[in-house]
Design a protein around this ligand. Structure first.
Ligand code: TMP
Length: 212
């Protein structure tokens, strides 16, 4: 019997479709009788949701990169201790929409704060927790941002601060993800995010099924 559940993270640029894919996988696993916790970063707890609002509010244009970095980790520290570790110790499968790879890609590379700084904070915030498997839903930046813009039409002005960064920023983030996936090839699965949600979900299932 497994004494610890499985920790699977979903990563990708804005508009990659990772959130939809995570939801489809969670439903499939539940249909198969598995206990699943769906977690999200930033957010996932009451405190985390408040931090999420600060981070993604397009009004907060003067948020400095280091403050941004610390807020992402504050949300994560709360989520790890309050939700993720308890669920894993109960043997659940925890699916998490973004985790430290997001911070490496967006703050470490995108903002230029560096990998070492991010990994130092990871050691403080995550208590040694690392994903067993990471699904990188990969789309090109034009496709991703076009999808994100459509999604934001309904929530205009509320959760757009990160999506509003330059095209160059998002290109750096995508390159950083692909580098991370190459560097940690054993843990990462790169999924082609083009096509219908069902087509992409079939690709996700193929690469995850043997790990759960
Ligand atoms: P979401 O749109 O996937 O919910 O993510 C919220 C935004 O926050 C997205 O633009 C990526 C960004 N982000 C970071 O910059 N660093 C992080 O550590 C995380 C978790 C998200």
């Amino acid at each position: 019997m497994q004494t610890r559940g499985r920790f699977i993270t979903f990563e990708g640029i804005d508009g990659s479709g990772k959130t939809t894919q995570m939801r489809i996988l969670a439903e499939r696993l539940r249909r198969e009788g598995r206990e699943v916790l769906e977690a999200v970063e930033p957010g996932g707890t009451e405190v985390g949701s408040q931090i999420r609002r600060i981070l993604l509010d397009s009004a907060n244009q003067d948020l400095r990169p280091t403050a941004e970095l610390l807020l992402y980790f504050a949300s994560r520290a709360q989520n790890v201790e309050q939700c993720i570790l308890p669920a894993l110790s109960q043997g659940k499968i925890v699916l998490c929409d973004r985790f430290t790879d997001s911070t490496l890609a967006y703050q470490g590379y995108g903002r230029g704060l560096g990998e070492e700084t991010v990994l130092t904070l990871d050691r403080i915030a995550c208590q040694g927790l690392a994903p067993d498997l990471t699904v990188l839903v990969d789309v090109d930046v034009d496709t991703g941002l076009a999808r994100a813009r459509v999604r934001n039409t309904g929530t205009a002005g509320s959760e757009t601060r990160m999506d509003d960064q330059s095209l160059d920023f998002h290109r750096k983030v995508r390159e950083a993800y692909l580098d991370l996936a190459r560097k940690h090839a054993g843990r990462f699965r790169i999924i082609d995010g083009r096509g219908t949600p069902e087509t992409v979900a079939a690709r996700v299932w193929e690469s995850v099924a043997t790990h759960v």
